[in-house]
Write a protein that binds this ligand. Sequence first.
Ligand SMILES: [Zn+2]
Length: 292
Amino acid sequence: MHDAHIHLAMEPLKSKLPKIIDTFLEKDGKYILTQSTDLEDINTSLEIGKQYSNTIGVALGLHPTFFEENTIEKGNHTNIHKNSKELLNKFDTILEKKIHQITAIGETGLDYYQISLQKDFPSNVKKEIKDIQKESFRRHLQIAVENNLPLSIHARDVNGSDECVEDVINIVAQEGKGLARGCFHSYTGDIKYLQSILDLGFCVGFNAIITYKSGEDVRTLLKKTPVDRILFETDGPFLPPQSVRKNKKIKNKFAQPGDVKEIIEVAAGVKNISPGELERETDKNYERVFLK
Ligand SMILES: [Zn+2]
């Protein structure tokens, strides 16, 4: 069992780490890939990776929403490009020093959904933030290709639009030059792009959304994804599985790596193969993508 996308530097995971890792190992868990999202969680992520080096790999990246969060924090809409460039350069410098300590680049990608929620952003600001997201994503891809590292990619559209996933696919094709590999994590976009993602050589990451009643579209995606391209993830602390969600006794609901067992159970039903076989096959995918 593996968890190809989680944020262990985030609470409540960070402070419960020993217990969480024990639970994962007790369930025969093998590999975890923890993802950074900003400039603040890089060191914590690397420390966690060092502490559990047999189990945990580290991906470093700037989440696409990082730039708008920064713009909101700064409270002004001027110099967005300049400020964002400075942050991106800072990330570049850190990454250069830490590149030998990491397993992957991530999380990175594009997110047009969150920007659409910023009602007080004028359209030129939204456009500027989208542009810097693209620039950042291109840079992440270049670094991945230069260093032969896999990527964990985030692509989230506004409901009913395909602009984001189309941009992501185009940028991977342009900058990846056929050499980029990795995972489209938590892909929830239109099924018509599944073949393009597979043609790029990427895997698709499935999480507890498939355990939800509302997860029908993602279960359909899973059904159409070949077993040798499936990865599992929790995206913890987000997206707790259905058993945790509906349990009234659990007050603090979050996802942890051991929850992949429940995700595999449901996925095995969708794929009509045994959970044990699905676990073995997808662990091989993890090894091929992230450990070679
Ligand atoms: Zn994530």
